[in-house]
Write a protein that binds this ligand. Structure first.
Ligand code: TNX
Length: 527
């Protein structure tokens, strides 16, 4: 028979066992940093087998006092506050140590980390993030977010412990341009939608948002010297809905929000084709002097500016001038694709003149690969989307290449025959196909030295709202981010899909409507 002491001991250990079991079910304690799901995959991870715990008393210390650093510290605090319910005061310090706190430092970073790299040291006592400049700190903060449990992304307070596995991460990107494009012309997306899209890019360390601001179906940016562009040209969209446009103040708000997320906005005015919205707004831009009708279908290649009229160039000069003043980034994108209604002998001098206009306003030219047949000026970048010959011609003319293959990187392509939205003229792009390619080996004749990076475009002929946008973007976007950031030698689909599967809980916590591909081993996220 057991005596009373033994029975008590028995009960106590039973309770302990149950408690430990409960804890380990609901709150898996991380202790192996190299086992965490980080996308894009970092350059190196050393695990030290312990954990750091966020507490109500944890503060965020800034080393090197500056407005930008305070803002980054505040950004991190704002990400961590809702789910933890902790205060996370942000304050400058000269000290190197303070148990239980997070340090963001620009002091004595490793120069090999470059402009966007960071080093993250997590010990039992502190988290220290170091970089050469604020951009690197911002990128590193995304890693800290992903090392915390997925519920850190929930909008309300969670009762749980917040542990981070210890170790050292060193990380920096392969390509300097890692972008996504949003077509706001075919279907208009308002300022808040674009901000949410920017949030997605920031999570995965992407650094460019390309906005396709004009097309046949709609002109979406206010140009003060040509007000009918938006008053009339912005008044509809594919399917005949109300459309919309950004005032210059709203556009500036988007650019500023992007900047706070260390993302550059590249504005595109597509020309000489894809211009029906402008041609419907101003009769003088047409060769016959008559305004066209607004267009709400999805055909391409039927519109063209009148390349022989002087007013066309006065118009473009005004548009580019106003756009350049709204654009802190280096590029203006001039489109140039699918100008099937422009004769080649008109197209070439037109593109040559438009390049001069962009350069005269202090900006660098980006254009779809079709522009390669013109006389490319110095510092031009051609965006490869389908035509290998164009890409090679552009390289031969001294241009750099931005890699956006329609067959691999088009976010508007359906995943497979059964997925409800999207097109499939280039390919069906399942999540594995979207991931399994190497930008440096994709286009014969175009190698690393020619490539500035990659971009995944989301055309919106079939995409009408945020839910649909998220379904097309997730879960492919993290893969594109990884292709742009992580060396292809470190990438492998079978290993990646496991990390992606663990991100599913994060998508859910962020309220993202994602495509639950059967190729991905989702953890606790699939309905
Ligand atoms: C081709 S890609 C286009 C766009 C369409 C897209 C649809 C490119 C430069 N032009 O006008 O929206 O296909 O996938």
């Amino acid at each position: 028979m057991l005596n009373k002491k033994q029975i008590n001991h028995f009960i106590a250990s039973g309770i302990m066992v149950v408690l430990v079991m409960l804890l380990s079910c609901t709150e898996k304690i991380p202790s192996d940093l190299s086992d965490e799901s980080i996308i894009p995959k970092p350059v190196s991870i050393i695990s030290t087998g312990d954990y750091f715990t966020l507490k109500a008393s944890t503060d965020i210390y800034i080393q090197g006092e500056s407005a930008k650093l305070i803002q980054i510290g505040q950004y991190l605090a704002d990400r961590l506050k809702p789910a933890t319910g902790f205060a996370f005061n942000v304050k400058p310090t000269k000290k190197d140590f303070g148990r239980g706190n997070i340090f963001l430092s620009l002091q004595s970073a490793d120069p090999t980390l470059g402009d966007e790299g960071y080093e993250l040291l997590i010990s039992k006592k502190i988290i220290r993030l170091t970089a050469n400049n604020p951009t690197g700190l911002f990128r590193g903060i995304q890693t800290i977010r992903q090392l915390l449990p997925a519920s850190i992304e929930l909008p309300s307070k969670q009762e749980r412990v917040w542990k981070v596995a210890t170790g050292i991460i060193k990380d920096y990107p392969v390509f300097s341009y890692r972008g996504a494009m949003l077509d706001v012309s075919r279907h208009f997306f308002g300022v808040n939608d674009v901000k949410r899209f920017i949030d997605f890019l920031a999570c995965y360390k992407m650094n460019v948002l390309h906005l396709h601001l004009s097309d046949d179906q709609g002109w979406r940016i206010e140009i003060k010297s040509w007000p009918n562009l938006t008053a009339h040209g912005g008044s509809t969209q594919v399917g005949g809905g109300a459309g919309g446009f950004y005032t210059q103040d709203q556009y500036t708000e988007i650019v500023q929000y992007a900047k706070e997320h260390y993302i550059t906005v590249v504005p595109e005015i597509d020309m000489p084709g894809h211009t029906n919205a402008a041609l419907a707004s101003y009769a003088e831009l047409n060769c016959n002097g008559k305004a066209t009708e607004l267009y709400t279908g999805t055909e391409v290649g039927f519109s063209t500016f009148c390349t022989g009229k002087e007013v066309t160039y006065k118009f473009i000069d005004d548009v580019v001038r106003e756009l350049a003043t709204l654009t802190p980034g280096p590029y203006i994108h001039i489109g140039g694709d699918e100008s099937h209604s422009t004769k080649k002998e008109d197209y070439i001098p037109f593109i040559n003149r438009v390049q001069d206009i962009v350069i005269a306003h202090g900006k660098q030219v980006l254009g779809w690969d079709d522009i390669a047949i013109s006389a490319l000026k110095p510092n031009v970048t051609a965006q490869y989307w389908a035509n290998v010959e164009n890409a090679n011609t552009a390289v031969a003319k001294g241009a750099k290449i931005l890699i956006s293959p329609a067959t691999k990187a088009y976010l508007d392509m359906q995943y497979d025959k059964t997925t409800p939205i999207g097109l499939h003229w280039a390919a069906y792009i399942e999540v594995d196909s979207a991931y399994k390619w190497d930008p440096q080996k994709l286009v014969p004749g175009v190698g690393k030295e020619n490539i500035i990076g990659i971009e995944a475009p989301l055309w919106t002929e079939t995409i009408t709202n945020m839910d649909q946008m998220e379904f097309m973007v997730f879960p492919r976007l993290p893969g594109y981010a990884e292709i742009g950031w992580t060396a292809s030698l470190l990438r492998d689909w079978d290993e990646y899909k496991v990390r992606l599967g663990k991100q599913g809980e994060r998508f859910k916590a962020m309220g993202i409507n994602f495509y639950p591909s059967g190729l991905v081993p989702w953890v606790g996220a699939k309905e």
